[in-house]
Design a protein around this ligand. Sequence first.
Ligand code: ZN
Length: 472
Amino acid sequence: MSRGSIKGRSKFFSYLLTAAIVAMPLAAFAQTKIVYHSNKFKPGDDVKLGRQAAAEAEQQFPLLRDSEVTAYVEKVGQRLVASIPAEFQHSEFRYYFKVINASDINAFALPGGPMYVNRGMIEAARTEGEMAGVMAHELSHVALRHGTAQATKAQKYAVGAGIAGILGTILAGPAAGQLAQLPIGAYFLKYSREYETEADLLGARIMANAGYDPRDLANMFRTIEAQGGGGGGGFLSDHPSPANRYARINQEAQYLRVREQTRDDTEFRSIKERLRRYPRAQTMAEIQRNGGRYPSDTNGNNYPSNPPRGRVEYPSSRFRTYSELGVVQVSVPDNWRELSDRGSVWFAPEGAYGSTNGQVVYTHGINIGTAQTNSRNLQQASNEFVNALQQGNGNLRARGNYQRRDVDGRYGLLITLGNTNEATGRPEIINVVTTQLRSGDLLYLITVSPENEYSSYQNTFLNILRSLRLND
Ligand code: ZN
């Protein structure tokens, strides 16, 4: 059973390293005026660049697939977007917000609108205002078109490079080998001090327009500092000199009028509570060290790059209980390891997982995750999910029809499929069990075992399914 292919590491965003230093006048008595920098790119180029970068970011970093958390961050984000001053709005841009399951206290936004907020940032923020502050700062880089403004400066030194050439250079990157060793956040967020100041000032203005206290952006710097700077890939490593910035933002805040201030943190607190139920997230550097979206165990150990031999220890009859994905509790044999794989979790014995032809492959084990589907009808949603699985596994064939199967007392479906294992070439049996979560998302369990060992694994799988408790 394979779950997607392994993509190469990021090669772009080196352009963000290019520093542009132009002095910025500080207005002492009124709101600081912010203007665009010279930019040879059209807003549509920002969109194009951002879209490609977003696809790459999502290949590298696991998204937190939790529709409640994502919807909340999206709601706060759209409120900020609606508060961007008219002169910095672009009809071409499309802002959207996703959560990366990484522990660094960080967030990054891409040209044209995609924004990624780390789970660690939400967990570190003390209030919704502090979280919104970092988001407003990042949004400001996008609205001010800092990415392409910086590329315009870089282009001056590139002889004869047209727009297409520069886009190509940006996306290909000149020093991919070196870049791959560093957390990608460092490249997304490396702007000159001047650009950073502008993003702070516009961010403060957006905060005030959206009904947040602009000083919460400054407060977030203190919160991050108090937590040790947010780790190697944290916001402060890309955003130095918090003391100055703290003062500068608070100075600007005096000239800003906060519209209909909201101080209700009820929803923010419940989202944080929800995140606490997830297993510890890796840092972005750990994720990159482990080859991006490859699965890795929860201690951040390397995932084997050789194919699994499929020779494994018999499942222990002693079970260990885990809380997963914020929605389930489940018990699995205590000689199986817990592996995180792009927002889902695998439990598998040593020797049952590895890589073949750029694909991550499992020979024995169980995969638990949630999926967003287009249907609220369990049968249709399950079909959609199984079809998607078949797209990635050409040999996957249903053996019989869906059967009813309770999942912690909730209506669920089971379908059994046959497959040829991508690593061993041996026939295997896959069971897919699905049920609907209260959010409307699909919860799925996928079991894998070789066909000739299925009878000895069937009981283990049944016991795992029986142990499952939903707490959504
Ligand atoms: Zn910044």
